[in-house]
Design a protein around this ligand. Structure first.
Ligand code: MGD
Ligand code: MGD
Ligand code: SF4
Ligand code: MO
Length: 716
């Protein structure tokens, strides 16, 4: 008999509700869940491919060990014991920092991996803890920590109620929204227009989102900070700044002085946005009944990523749109990682408690920027990384200077990857530990409910039992943590897997009950795992509500409008600004930016045939003027060179790009030897991160600065 399984898709941040039709262990259909109040029946082409992911013949289903003669299958106990012994030995011999960890993006889409992976990392007590955060949203979290007191108090655009939405460096049409979980985002943006509002996109590329916007402004990559400064300056000049009980008036005086140095006329020359446009955007934004400014990956991964996120917050605050319906708001999720009562509350954050060994980049939230990973492996001395554990990540393709990282991985004494593909990163491992795939485990979205445009919550059970002998991510980490503990206290290792009484679901149940909708705080809802189990379409907790100053995490319950550390970093911005203002010379290099596609997901899912159909997506987009100057025609093979490397790629001549700017999507480059992903290697593409430089970072936050990599191009 046909049955329907309900769950929310965990592939991207949108958390769409899905319905899977199945019969006798086979999936026969897939649909968006119309009864999910959050996603309203929406899914994208990736959702249904959870089936292909589950059935992918290349997906690894047993632990693999790399030997002189190739990969061999080993038992879990053998693998986990040998790994634990190796880690403990290396740490005993060289110190805790000799073992490094990298957690990739899908770990935050997998609550078991998050909860138990963190315990494992804590157990290692290593400073060399890295994740995809520092090639992504680090500036957002850092500024939330510095301004609102907590790294997870990230302002979310109230897209469903705003009348003016200013988007910088985000392409929700492709990404489905980021730090703004908003399934069905196209319709939501269209609704702004239907209710008489506007949305405006600032982007060096006329992206899919920009094409449907009321206005699109090309901006020169990496110059957003000046544009934002000019807006603020203009707001002061036109007396549009609003006072608020949430900020100290004195800080407005400081801000005004800072912004004065960035008049729209000079900024216009640097950014490529006319001063009329700067003024018009300022007026429209400030005078709109409600407005919100939002900047995503394109602005956080640049040289002044942290300053950009600061200025975006500032604009929302001084225009009176922070914590206001239709403005930038804060969630109140059912599992409240910010709230003091929650059993799994996150740390508010920390910054610069220590620095990386070689380049002295700052720690954030007990992590170091991944841009230093290669040098921390390659540079001799105390504290050098000799062993690495990666989980759900592919840093060879996703972090700057992938080739250098490959050299580093080759030199490691020991490497373990928790992953179900033999890919560009995991091929260097001594052991690959494959976890179950999505449909075999339960799911609770621990993180993206914190960043959603509505308060909603959902828990779903597995569709299939794990294949015999398979372990979940959390079980792998739980067993490994226990084995390390036993070895450290001189005890013998068990011959069987170590079973944990604590499960991810039991932790969540506890957190739901003690959270803001639990029995004690909200007896009407009385949130619990049981309640969610009987509500398979999820429970809608309503639109975001103002919750400041209560929810502010600062001691004085005020927003820190101009954090001291940011003031220090402004020296760097001023220096660059004066260089750029005096730079009359014509650029002879082109500036490289990235892009995402709806049918891709970072470096993976390229092995699923349906998603890889159609024309080649890994192309170099270039403006016709630049193409003509370089005598390049559509489909020509070109050589792209940066200070760290070169790649060959097919050109796609298009007016979508700003002249002087070229674009390559990240996550490709599957042609490297030693991997095993049949479909992906047929559509291999090349890796943009063979061009990006590990030495080019936002020096303040340590975040990678991909946007605006200088390249030269010629036809082959
Ligand atoms: N140039 C450039 N580089 C970029 C970006 C950019 O815009 N431009 N974007 C950056 C951003 S925002 C991010 S988040 C990073 C992403 O970078 P990473 O997180 O390093 O890479 P992913 O491609 O997400 O890697 C996913 C890996 O996890 C595995 N995986 C999938 N699901 C699971 C699971 O449930 N458990 C386990 N154990 N493994 C799983 C997959 O097989 C794959 O190997 O890339 C960054 N790199
Ligand atoms: N389909 C799909 N969805 C995804 C992902 C995916 O790989 N594929 N990845 C997921 C992840 S990990 C993340 S972090 C999110 C990211 O979500 P988004 O931030 O929406 O990601 P992008 O689509 O990369 O959009 C970045 C935009 O920034 C622009 N840009 C580049 N440089 C600059 C600059 O200097 N200034 C300005 N103003 N703009 C610039 C680019 O042209 C691009 O349009 O998407 C998530 N969703
Ligand atoms: S938009 Fe994201 S969550 Fe929704 S179906 Fe697509 S991949 Fe899944
Ligand atoms: Mo990301």
């Amino acid at each position: 008999m046909e049955q329907i399984h309900h769950r929310s898709c965990n592939l991207c941040e949108a958390m769409c509700g899905i319905q899977i039709f199945h019969q006798e262990g086979k999936i026969i259909g897939f649909k968006g869940d119309p009864l999910d109040k959050f996603s309203r029946g929406h899914i994208c082409p990736k959702g249904p491919e959870l089936k292909a992911l589950y059935e992918d013949p290349d997906r690894i289903k047993f632990p693999l060990k790399q030997t002189a003669t190739g990969w061999i299958e080993v038992s879990w106990v053998e693998a986990l014991s040998e790994i634990a012994e190796k880690i403990v030995n290396i740490q005993n011999q060289y110190g805790n920092d000799a073992v490094g960890v990298y957690s990739g993006n899908p770990s935050v889409h997998n609550y078991g991996s998050m909860l138990f992976g963190q315990r494992f990392i804590n157990k290692l007590k290593t400073k060399n803890n890295f994740s995809a955060t520092s090639v992504d949203q680090l500036p957002h979290q850092l500024l939330s920590y510095l301004m609102f007191g907590h790294q997870l108090l990230v302002p979310i655009p109230d897209i469903d109620h705003t009348k003016y939405f200013l988007i910088l460096g985000g392409n929700p049409f492709a990404s489905n929204g980021s730090l703004m979980s908003s399934p069905d985002v196209k319709k939501r943006l269209k609704s702004i227009q239907e209710r008489g509002g506007k949305y405006v996109v600032v982007d060096p590329r006329k992206s899919e989102t920009a094409m449907h916007a009321d206005e699109h402004l090309f901006i020169k990559p990496g110059t957003d900070a000046y544009f934002l400064m000019a807006i603020i300056n203009c707001m002061f000049e036109k007396n549009l700044v609003k006072k608020s009980n949430l900020i100290n008036d004195q800080t407005l005086v400081i801000l005004k002085t800072i912004a004065q140095d960035f008049p729209k006329e000079t900024v216009s020359r640097i950014t490529g946005i006319t001063s009329d446009s700067i003024e018009r955007v300022t007026l429209e934004f400030s005078k709109s009944e409600t407005a919100v400014c939002y900047g995503r990956v394109g602005v956080s991964t640049q040289e002044f990523g942290a300053i950009c996120q600061w200025l975006i917050n500032v604009i929302n605050i001084i225009s009176g749109n922070i914590d206001k319906t239709g403005g930038a708001m804060f969630t109140l999720p059912a599992v409240d990682l910010v709230g003091v009562s929650s059993v799994i509350r996150s740390s508010p954050g920390s910054f610069n408690k220590y620095q990386s060994r070689v380049r002295k980049l700052p720690e954030f939230n007990d992590e170091l920027p991944v841009s230093v990973l290669a040098e921390e492996i390659l540079t001799e001395g105390d504290g050098k990384i000799r062993a690495l554990i990666t989980s759900a990540g592919n840093p060879v393709l996703s972090t700057p200077n992938g080739k250098k990282l490959e050299n580093a991985f080759e030199s490691l004494e020991f490497m373990v990857c928790v992953d179900f593909y033999l890919n560009e990163t995991t091929k260097y491992a001594n052991f690959i530990l494959p976890p179950t795939s999505t449909l075999e485990h339960d799911h609770y979205d621990l993180i993206f409910n914190v960043f959603a445009i509505r308060n909603t919550t959902r828990y779903n059970q597995p569709l299939f039992d794990p294949l015999p002998g398979m372990l979940h991510d959390w079980e792998i980490f739980s067993d490994l943590t226990k084995r390390i503990e036993l070895l450290r206290s001189g005890k013998a290792l068990p011959k069987d897997l170590v079973k944990s009484k604590l499960t991810p679901a039991s932790i969540i149940d506890h957190a739901l009950k003690s959270g803001p909708y639990g029995q004690k705080t909200n007896p009407t809802i009385s949130m619990s795992l049981d309640l969610l189990k009987t509500n398979e379409h999820g429970v809608d907790l309503g639109s975001l509500q103002p919750n400041f100053p209560d929810r502010l995490y600062t001691e004085d319950k005020k927003i820190n409008l101009v954090p001291e550390l940011i003031q220090i970093d402004l020296h760097r911005l001023r220096k660059k600004y004066s260089e750029l203002s005096n730079d009359q010379a014509k650029q002879d290099t082109l500036l490289l930016i990235g892009r995402r596609h709806l049918r891709s997901n970072n470096s993976w899912m390229h092995n699923l045939p349906k998603l890889m159909s159609g024309k080649q997506r890994c192309t170099l987009m270039i403006h016709p003027e630049d193409a003509m100057n370089l005598k390049i025609q559509n489909d020509d093979l070109v050589l792209v060179e940066s200070n760290v490397g070169k790649i060959q790629i097919q050109a796609e001549v298009t007016e979508e790009l700003m002249p002087g700017v070229v674009s390559i999507p990240h996550g490709f480059g599957h042609g490297r030897s030693g991997t095993k992903q049949k479909v992906a290697s047929e559509f291999a593409g090349v890796s943009i991160n063979d061009l990006t430089d590990d030495q080019t970072v936002d020096e303040f936050s340590g975040n990678a600065a991909f946007s605006g990599t200088k390249v030269s191009i010629r036809k082959i």
